[in-house]
Design a protein around this ligand. Structure first.
Ligand code: ATP
Ligand code: MG
Length: 287
């Protein structure tokens, strides 16, 4: 699968309403995609093993989406089988009082992956240019009033770009996924959550309220993605109406990116090799 199709080129002005939500890139069936996802998970396990052993690069995977687009399921399926010691998922909800007493990247820093690890953000600092913008929550953030300019959103895009460049320059590989679901599909999924007992827990009345701001959210996503998709921290818009395709596409992007990284198992120097040989001798001569 060519992942180029889903990447947003730096400095492009996207029209999100023109980007398909139901594309399957030629995949005709769920079964076909599932088979390839299983293969991809195997590849990912072997790449993660090297990433972890070498302890040099880290991966930061960011998931953003409208409600019910399938963030949780994608994270669960795509990451299944990975070594849990090398992965860490953090979900970002409304900031706590303590978090609001700091700048908006403070809570993010604590969630960044160590070298050799894969860090997953289920929502992220992008909420700061999405929900905060849609609901005008900036006034709750305790920033001195005189510092909040009319240009606040462009300022935040720049801050985010600078932050991501800093992470990249220090060995963090960043991939950002917008799981792009249609309004009709969201309705279908909400109704399923209401109708199916086993899914009731997933439904929240707040989701219906947020749905009323659909267009505002789309506009904010469009601007944020256009302003912050960079070569070193690209955004991918993944069609999310077919969950099976979305999961496969995300796995392809992760694999393709990791495969291009110069990651290898650490090799030993002569002295270390000599030590190994001595250890082997000792073990073999044991009675
Ligand atoms: P799910 O519904 O599948 O559990 P979710 O990510 O929607 O996942 P919720 O607890 O329903 O989790 O929602 C979290 C809410 O927190 C979202 O509405 C999100 O917009 C909000 N949120 C996240 N970060 C911020 C932020 N910095 N400022 C304000 N609200 C935020
Ligand atoms: Mg929710």
């Amino acid at each position: 699968m060519s992942i180029e199709k889903f990447v947003i080129k730096p400095n492009s002005k996207i029209d999100i309403s023109k980007i398909k939500t139901d594309d399957t890139n030629g995949y005709a069936s769920k079964e076909e995609a599932k088979k390839d996802l299983t293969k991809n998970i195997k590849k990912m396990i072997s790449l993660q093993d090297k990433l972890y052993a070498e302890d040099k690069y880290s991966m930061l995977l960011i998931f953003q989406a409208m409600d019910a687009a399938g963030k949780d399921g994608t994270i669960k399926h795509v990451m299944s089988g990975l070594n849990p010691q090398g992965t860490q998922v953090t979900s970002f909800k409304q900031p706590s009082a303590e978090e609001l007493n700091h700048n908006y990247l403070w809570r993010i820093n604590k969630a960044l992956p160590e070298r050799g690890r894969i860090g997953i953000l289920n929502r992220s600092y992008y909420e700061e240019v999405l929900v905060v913008r849609v609901h005008d929550l900036i006034k709750n953030e305790k920033i001195p009033k005189e510092l909040i300019s009319n240009n606040i959103w462009n300022q935040r895009f720049k801050e985010i770009n600078d932050f991501e460049k800093y992470l990249f320059d220090n060995g963090t590989v960043i991939l950002k996924f917008f799981l792009h679901v249609s309004k009709e599909e969201q309705k279908k999924r909400f109704l399923e959550r209401i109708d199916k007992k086993s899914k009731n827990w997933k439904f929240s009345e707040a989701d219906i309220k947020e749905r009323q701001y659909w267009d505002e959210y789309q506009k904010c996503y469009q601007e944020a993605i256009s302003a912050t998709s960079k070569k070193h921290a690209p955004w991918f818009i993944i069609p999310a109406d077919h969950k099976w395709f979305m999961r496969l596409a995300v796995s392809e992007i992760i694999i393709e990116t990791m495969s291009k990284l110069p990651i290898n198992y650490p090799s030993l120097n002569n002295e270390q090799l000599k030590n190994l040989a001595e250890c082997k001798k000792k073990l073999e001569s044991e009675k």
